[in-house]
Design a protein around this ligand. Structure first.
Ligand code: SF4
Length: 468
């Protein structure tokens, strides 16, 4: 039986699309093997779903592709995703470089959904050997679908690569942030019809999923029209989904601060919306936010955070921050640091600015030395670690709901709580329920220094199963 493995870089949208591609191969009888970095277990077909957010993501893609071409002469490589979209020629050259032109095919990001059809084509045609020419011709013949179709064909029936289900409601982006290459790779914002999103969430609920992650490139730009409810934005869509489902919980992926509207705030307090919000903050300096082309001010961020804290009982708040953007002086960075300090984030995902070809900021003056940008990342990461510990400790003795992940131990399981804490949960009197189950547990302690310390935020003790 022909086997396939997927290597995915980047965001939740890319992860979901890889799930759908894996599901498509599995449903046509292919063996889907977990990606084995050691190279011990190598599939016949290797699919690379790439990212272009930073030059590091692109370097990583080139590195793993070169390694696969060198170490696995029998494997056939398919490279897709945002990097393949914006730099297809560069990726193609990797095949030539390794004298393996015939073993690598580039599928641009705007045709990625053709990989959902590929298993069927391979089963029907049973080619002796996979060849670049053959697949390129097949791809040519398939043509390009309109984005509103292409972007929403990724609806995996099951999630084998991740412990939690997700649904893509939107893709692309209409903003023009000066550092961002995402919109160059994924195009303008497109939204899936509310009824199709609802059907997907209802199907996951019927399958027993207790939670679904609502994702997209910029979900605050969701614009859909429902037959009965009319035009819907993100808040309206969430209200509609909550009305049409019974108990499945909704966890939101990143939110743009300018998208924290009254309409959205009106629904975020709902008990089935997870108390976990991740904000794409990027900077706390008004000047840098302006240079970035971001549509909000530090005061907007603080107001949004205050409102989120009014809606939920001590929600888990995380943020993205870019350090070292051109023109970011020590004083400007200090504004970012102070904003993060006062906002008491439980997680700070900070990364150094990465100059992206084709973006406005690529030619901005005032470049910041990489080591300074990295030092600023380190300061924020340390602040984030402290914030996470303090946040976890605020929940000592309190009850939370958690979704279980696969467990090999008869009395212990790993789970992620509704407020996004990574938990090691003990089941003193019974075996843990299966992965994906929703349970209630009490935060009863914290892992000692050592291996578990960095992996888990807290220890939990099982109370009871949540009703399904
Ligand atoms: S909001 Fe800005 S950073 Fe985010 S995808 Fe859109 S253009 Fe890129």
């Amino acid at each position: 039986m022909v086997s396939v493995s997927l290597y995915t870089l980047g965001c939740k949208v890319n992860q979901l699309e890889s799930e759908a591609i894996a599901d498509a191969f599995r449903s046509r009888g292919f063996r889907v093997l977990p990606w084995d970095a050691t190279g011990a277990l190598v599939a016949d077909i290797l699919v690379f779903n790439t990212c272009t957010v930073t030059s590091k993501a692109e370097q990583k893609a080139r590195r793993v592709i070169r390694k696969a071409l060198r170490d696995h002469p029998q494997a056939f490589l398919i490279v897709t995703g945002c990097y393949a979209q914006v730099a297809g020629e560069t990726v193609d050259a990797l095949g030539r470089e390794a004298d393996s032109v015939n073993r690598l095919v580039v599928v641009s990001g705007d045709r990625k959904s053709r990989l959902l059809d590929l298993p069927g084509f391979l089963v029907d045609t049973m080619p002796e050997q996979l060849a670049q020419v053959l697949l390129s011709q097949w791809l040519q013949d398939q043509g390009t679908l309109h984005p509103s179709i292409e972007r929403f064909r990724f609806t995996p029936g099951d999630f084998s690569l991740h412990s939690r289900a997700s649904v893509k409601i939107q893709d692309g982006c209409d903003n023009h942030c000066s550092y961002c290459r995402v919109r160059l790779a994924r195009g303008m914002s497109v939204s899936l019809e509310p009824e199709r999103i609802c059907a997907a969430v209802q199907a996951l609920e019927a399958k027993g999923y207790a939670e679904v992650v609502v994702t997209g490139v910029n979900i605050t730009q969701y614009r859909g029209t429902a037959a009965q409810q009319g035009p819907l934005r993100l808040g309206g869509l969430l209200k509609y989904l909550l009305a049409e489902t019974g108990h499945i919980r909704l966890r939101l992926s990143s939110l743009e601060p300018e998208g924290l509207t009254d309409e959205l705030m009106a629904v975020l307090g709902h008990p089935r919306i997870r108390p976990h919000f991740h904000l794409s903050v990027q900077s706390g300096s008004p000047l840098i936010l302006k240079q970035m082309g971001r549509g909000y001010t530090p005061q907007d961020i603080e107001r949004g955070i205050d409102r989120l804290r009014e809606l939920k009982d001590d929600p888990f708040l995380g943020c993205d921050i870019i350090t070292g953007f051109p023109g970011e002086t020590e004083a400007a960075f200090e504004k970012t640091y102070q904003l993060c300090l006062h906002s008491d984030f439980a997680w700070i995902h900070a990364f150094p600015y990465s100059p992206r070809p084709g973006t406005a900021a690529y030619t901005y003056p005032g470049l910041v030395r990489e080591q300074d940008a990295v030092l600023r990342v380190d300061r924020l990461a340390a602040l984030g670690r402290t914030g996470r510990q303090e946040y976890s400790r605020r929940w000592l003795g309190r009850e939370v709901e958690a979704i279980l992940e696969a467990s090999s131990n008869p009395h212990v399981a790993v789970g992620v709580s509704d407020n996004y804490l990574k938990l090691l949960i003990s089941f003193p009197d019974q075996e843990p329920p299966p992965a994906g189950s929703a349970i209630r547990c009490r935060i009863c302690g914290f892992p000692e220094q050592g291996e578990a310390f960095s992996r888990f935020d807290a220890l939990g003790e099982y109370i009871k199963d949540e009703p399904r």
